[in-house]
Design a protein around this ligand. Sequence first.
Ligand SMILES: [Cu+2]
Length: 140
Amino acid sequence: MTHTFLVRSTLVALAAAMLAAGAAAACFSERPDGTTGVSGDAECRIPVSSDIVGNTQAIVAIRDFAFVPAEIRVRRGTRVTWVNCERDAIDPHTSTSNAGLWESGLLDPGGAYSRTFDEAGQFPYHCIPHPFMQATVVVE
Ligand SMILES: [Cu+2]
């Protein structure tokens, strides 16, 4: 009982430290437990203190080696944010325009990247480490 309590306290302290570190690195994804599986009820939450709140109009989640949704439709001028919602052990992903219009760089689990789409059109993109990860932003 005592042991369990201590372990939980340590995990909570660790999570708090990770969140603090994440905030400093502009990483905003808050996950309840970085070591549990991603499938099923996994969450990717945004703390209210994140600058994403109020500054983005569309979010694409990255999890289970896929962009969710695979096609997102937005209006011109929309700021789209990709969030890597994988668990910590998973390789980083990228959001990379097929036409070379943007490149997120490697996004570790918990990382995010934003881009504003000012022109209408279809904007297919992929993940560099995993070319089978394909998706599209449709700007109307
Ligand atoms: Cu990937």
